[in-house]
Design a protein around this ligand. Sequence first.
Ligand code: ATP
Length: 235
Amino acid sequence: MLKLDNVSVKYGSFTAVHDINIEVNAGEIVVLLGSNGAGKSTTFRAISGLNKPSTGEIIFEGKNLNKSSADQTVAWGIGQCPEGRKLFHAMSVEENLRMGAYVHRRKKDQIKHSLEHVYELFPILKDKRHDPAGSLSGGQQQMVAIGRALMSKPKLMLLDEPSIGLAPLVVEQMFEVIQKINKEGTTILLAEQNANAALKIADKGYVFENGTIVLKGTSAELFANDEVRKAYIGA
Ligand code: ATP
């Protein structure tokens, strides 16, 4: 479904991501592990069309994403849930959700259907749909960010650090919902520092260090790997 072939991304003369290869098959949950600054968000930004690769190719369902704009990638079926949620705090929960359907220019009944789906996944958001997004707890704001990404009915969803700043119980609930979204047919590419939670739901993963991929494997392989355990699981 998605293939990154020898992709590098630069900021000016600084190479943030160097020569990476990633493959995501339809139906999978794939996790990118790595500490702060390792290059996960830069990789997401390249897939989303926000940073152009300096070398290599990004192919999504046969289409080359190297030169596509961010709106185009959404229209082609890539939904984004960025790090830090990036909500409009003064706008209501429902207005934030509706923003996710805007780029795609979806029909009224499709938007209604997607809204109902988001409220089914996150019933608390229905209760709070008229509240300003900024008044919600961190976990609820993360639900809005995931819900907003779902409003474009993506085939592939990019989720950048959904667990950041959340209490362990909330993280657990969040990952259960991510798994449910996947079972309903959305392929997931997830960036996480919480390897323990992410590897439990992922099929496979890639480990980033200083902008390169130093390790890849199935979740079971990565979970059993000493380096991964030491660096990201704390065992
Ligand atoms: P984090 O979880 O902190 O976002 P990350 O793994 O997503 O970490 P990136 O944000 O992709 O890492 O950063 C990779 C490298 O690129 C880091 O060295 C970072 O300082 C640098 N970088 C990120 N954004 C920019 C930018 N806009 N300009 C210059 N350098 C940047």
